[in-house]
Write a protein that binds this ligand. Sequence first.
Ligand code: B4P
Length: 187
Amino acid sequence: MFILLLGAPGSGKGTQGNILAERLGLPKITTGDLLRAAVQQGTPLGREAKTYMDKGQLVPDAVIMGLIKDQLARPEAANGAILDGFPRTAAQAELVDTTFAERGARLHHILLLDVPEDELVRRVQGRAVLEGRSDDTPAAIRTRLEIYQRDTAPLIAHYAQRGNVRRVPATGTVDDIAMEIKRLIGR
Ligand code: B4P
């Protein structure tokens, strides 16, 4: 089973993705975590990505497409995975669509975590205090929300055309939202 998580920064994709991956025993492919690991290890990808991430900008498609391709090709993700944090642009969506079409696979569930903007800002500011992530500064948060609206939100319509996007009201407790997702996907 392949599940795609869509939603604004701070909507809880990572949080719910971890719960889903554990419950369903599926690998989770998270571009944000992979990029942060690359930054920490100081790899060429990480050094380049950091300059964009710190400003709240998307890492350019030219840099990230190879990473997505490699992750989708992982043998353990051959029969199912949770996709979290990508696609974020039309070009990334095309890459995902083409990869699945080539394999004769499909995205079984596309879940849109829906959270009002003031709550998103509150959550990310809370995380800034707890984790000190360099892209959780007030200026970077503003940029991330703007870029989400410009580049990523249009993907909702792209997937909605195929009729399999489910909107998940994602403002309750983490457990309540996890229960709602369980109900929506039927397992
Ligand atoms: P991500 O790592 O994807 O960061 P995010 O959108 O903030 O995370 P998420 O929505 O998963 O929120 P979380 O569960 O953590 O991206 C970071 C950066 O990497 C991007 O800005 C970009 O630069 C780069 N990047 C990543 N992928 C890319 C791509 N494909 N292309 C280009 N660039 C890319 O939750 C947030 C907070 O809310 C947490 O503190 C959590 O504890 C809290 N929370 C969660 N659920 C809650 C709930 N129900 N109630 C209260 N708080 C909750």
